[in-house]
Design a protein around this ligand. Structure first.
Ligand SMILES: [Fe+2]
Length: 248
């Protein structure tokens, strides 16, 4: 009997998007959810998101923003968005963030990390040195994965959906549940844009050693999330959420 697993990433406190993704997961009768991190960071609903993650028994690893929340958790006044999240969550949530593992192997078949096996702020699939995401060549991809034995690798962080085959393994990025675009200054200024406000995740079907990967893209109340971002002083997030693009 094939086993079916949902893979989610980069929820970013978007409870509105996560509710729709969970409805879809339920309709597919999927009971195992792997969560690749960056779960709560953002000007949205971190506490509501946390409740859904725990209620549905996700297996979660840490993203770079989860790590930062845990690191800054005891000292506020560092960063506008981090401060907002820390005012919303309680000490139990902070303990949960502090205890999230960096990576995880599921069923001896799927290796999960947020960025690369080396660091949670590196992109595994994309080279952004041009300012835009380009697919890394096969040698660059393989260089990250020399010590990884499972034949399937799941990563997040870029918010861009990909299924990439290398000589060694199948790499899957499920895209972002809750943040369809952003820009960042590190390692150079770059933009990540999906071009749609939709929520994204992946379904894996495991049949012995055959793995099928499906990309799921869902409409949800992006306007509700965008208005919350505006109310919390993050107009850039509101634009990302409404359009899946970075404001020109
Ligand atoms: Fe990330």
């Amino acid at each position: 009997m094939p086993e079916t697993i949902a893979v989610v990433a980069d929820i970013h406190g978007n409870r509105w998007a996560l509710e729709v993704v969970l409805d879809d997961i339920r309709e597919r009768r999927i009971t195992t959810v792997l969560n690749l991190g960056d779960s709560l960071y953002g000007p949205l609903d971190p506490m509501g998101t946390y409740s859904l993650i725990r209620e549905h028994g996700f297996f979660s690893i840490s993203g770079n923003e989860d790590r930062l929340l845990a690191e800054y958790g005891r000292s506020r006044g560092k960063h506008k968005t981090i401060d907002y999240v820390l005012t919303q969550i309680n000490p139990d949530v902070l303990s949960w963030l502090e205890g999230l593992p960096f990576d995880h192997v599921s069923n001896n078949l799927i290796y999960c990390c947020h960025g690369t096996p080396e660091h949670d702020t590196e992109y595994l699939i994309e080279d952004v040195r041009s300012g835009y995401p380009l697919l890394k060549d096969s040698a660059s991809l393989s260089s990250h994965l020399n010590s990884i034995f499972p034949p399937v690798v799941c990563c997040g962080h870029s918010h861009l959906h990909h299924v990439v085959q290398t000589d060694q393994c199948l790499i899957i990025n499920p895209g972002s549940v809750g943040c369809p675009a952003y820009d960042d200054d590190m390692p150079v200024y770059h933009r990540m844009e999906t071009g749609t406000p939709r929520a994204s995740y992946a379904v894996l079907t495991l049949d012995h050693f055959e793995v099928k990967a499906s990309h799921i893209s869902l409409e949800y109340d992006a306007e509700g999330a965008a208005q919350t971002a505006e109310k919390n002083g993050h107009d850039n997030w509101a634009f990302w959420l409404r359009t899946g693009r970075v404001s020109p």
